[in-house]
Design a binder for this molecule. Structure first.
Ligand SMILES: [Zn+2]
Length: 389
């Protein structure tokens, strides 16, 4: 019995490998696929036949011939199903529908009214209704819903704490699966963004740190090609990294945390306290900076220095080539961040550093969590296969 389990498990692994290789290298012939996977041609052909039965792989076109018959090429059927990604923010739910390769099909923003848990669930139901109207016909339909939340999520998909939404201990995955009748995956917003960046940057190495700045500051960390969640799932809380241990008190109970110097509410509060009394919100502060308002510019510079110190610690801790910063105020902070990194990071780290400021108008977190949902789906497809054997 043991041997049969091993064989089935090996077949499962091989099928996963074949699918991954097709996704990475399409279009590809069966012969090249066999070479790249290190499997024999007969094994590859039978696994490909199964993947074609499941509508995940298709044949098309004719490849380059190296003499003799020209090979048929294999493609990943990116339109075999679609994933819905939702990013829950304080006032909105941002939705993005993607194909199985992460290409955006349609996007929409739904006003949530307030951050109350019940009404946000209803907004997410509305988003799924919308997706079901716009999704193209396909064999697998909408394969699941990924939800990005700015907070701490445990492994069961419960939101333990999302301070900006004022949610505590909310079993979001359970509640949504109950309502939406589809598989649901919950992920921290910065982790989702990090995953999207990792998936889509053509120059991406295997590792990067993605820093998301909004009401709070969080980081998503990709190490050696996978999201690093830490032992309990809470890695990346860099907003609560101490910049000044004798600094002001933070809501987390610690003192002088990065968030107190560089988050959106911190900047708005500083603006109001230093002569910009009519500063309504973060957008108006960004506008003031855009209009060359000196005080606004100097506030962003100061925040950029604080953020730069946080970036230096992240570089020293993780030694990744790419640090990606997503902030609506990035344009006005980036020089100070770069200067701080140049002045404070150890030379070996900063030599090859690629520090990127991201356009936050892109629905990065929604797209990232849709991508994670697709990965779950593709793994699950094979798991079903494994269960059948
Ligand atoms: Zn703190």
């Amino acid at each position: 019995m043991k041997q049969s389990w091993n064989q089935s498990s090996m077949k499962h692994e091989n099928k996963r490998l074949v699918l991954q290789q097709i996704i990475a290298d399409e279009p590809i012939s069966r012969a090249d696929l066999a070479k790249r996977c290190g499997l024999n041609k007969a094994t590859v052909s039978s696994l490909v036949a199964e993947l074609m039965d499941e509508s995940l792989v298709k044949e098309a076109g004719i490849g380059e011939s190296s003499g003799g018959r020209r090979p048929v090429l294999l493609y990943f059927s990116r339109e075999a199903g679609y994933a819905l990604g939702l990013n829950v923010e304080a006032a909105t739910v941002e939705a993005a529908l993607t194909d199985l390769k992460g290409t955006i099909i349609s996007q929409e923003t739904f006003p949530a009214g307030d951050t109350a848990y019940e009404s946000t669930l209803r907004t997410m139901e509305e988003a799924l209704d919308w997706a079901q109207k716009v999704v193209p016909a396909s064999p697998h339909g909408i394969i699941g819903v990924g939800v990005a939340v700015p907070g701490m999520i445990d492994r069961s998909g419960t939101v333990l704490n999302a301070p900006n939404l004022q949610w505590r201990d909310r079993p979001l995955k359970h509640d949504l699966e109950d309502r939406l009748k589809l598989p649901v995956l919950i992920e921290n917003e910065a982790n989702a963004g990090a995953y999207r960046e990792y998936q889509t940057r053509p120059d991406a190495d295997e590792s990067l740190v993605y820093i998301s700045i909004g009401t709070g500051i969080g980081a998503g960390i990709v190490l050696n090609g996978s999201l690093y969640r830490g032992q309990s799932g809470y890695a990346g809380e860099i907003g609560h990294m101490t910049l000044d241990f004798q600094g002001p008190r933070c809501t987390c109970g610690n003192s002088g945390c990065l968030e107190l110097y560089a988050s959106e509410p911190a900047l708005v509060e500083k603006a109001r306290g230093s002569g910009l009394e009519d500063c309504k919100d973060f957008d108006s502060l960004v506008n003031s900076a855009g209009n060359g308002h000196e005080l606004a510019l100097s506030l962003f510079t100061e925040a950029g220095r604080a953020l730069g110190s946080g970036v230096v610690s992240a570089i020293h801790a993780y030694d990744t080539k790419h640090i990606i910063i997503a902030s609506r105020g990035g344009e006005w902070m980036k020089n100070a961040v770069r200067d701080t990194v140049r002045a404070k990071a150890l030379p070996h780290y900063r030599d090859d550093l690629d520090l990127v400021f991201l356009d936050t108008r892109l629905p990065v977190a929604s797209l990232g969590v849709a991508g994670l949902m697709v990965d779950e789906f593709l793994k699950g497809q094979n798991a079903v296969e494994k269960g059948r054997e």
